[in-house]
Design a protein around this ligand. Sequence first.
Ligand code: ADP
Length: 216
Amino acid sequence: MRTIELNKRQELILQIVKDNGPITGEQIAEKLSLTRATLRPDLAILTMAGFLDARPRVGYFYTGKTGSQLFSERIQKLTVKEFQSVPVVVKESASVYDAIVTMFLEDVGTLFVVNDESHLAGILSRKDLLRASMGKQDLESVPVSIIMTRMPNITTCEQDDMLIDVANKLISKQIDALPVVKKVMINEIEKNEIIGRITKTNITKAFVKIATEDMY
Ligand code: ADP
């Protein structure tokens, strides 16, 4: 079943609960001249999808939520953790040439730059590397630290953040990717360990997953 497509019987049950709720499963079954057991899967689906709510010893009642309300609630529950991918990093001392090679080999559009302690120091996009390649410098002797966007000007996110908030940041900051970081305190200074990557591709995957998933 798709998110908001209900079959005839489920529509009937929904209407009965709308008109009579709270109502027990037994009473719904009676109205439809069906057994309680026959109805059980439909009631489970309607409850899990959020159309109905069940209270012990009271019965089922209609939540009043429309399919699109439930759809947007589902989207708002998605977390970074569920969709993040593996980060690709280079060291601050790496050359622009090395970064370009890494970007091709790892097939990513954004590289994260780390310092000697492996903490987030900067970020490199495709255009950062293209821009650096336009001059006459020797790409093998220019370190990425010269051209990267550096901390503290990097927009980050954490594993438990909501994916929709990350999507909003990608739009408002006009960027393609965010590092997923874990904050650690070292000598009372906050540092960022890089544990993942969220890009426009991850957001697209989430979009497709939600559109095709079962609600139960
Ligand atoms: P591109 O420049 O290849 O289109 P982006 O739009 O992601 O890719 O990057 C635009 C600029 O923003 C680049 O200079 C890049 O270094 C910087 N940037 C990319 N991601 C971030 C981020 N998460 N936080 C801050 N700056 C970023």
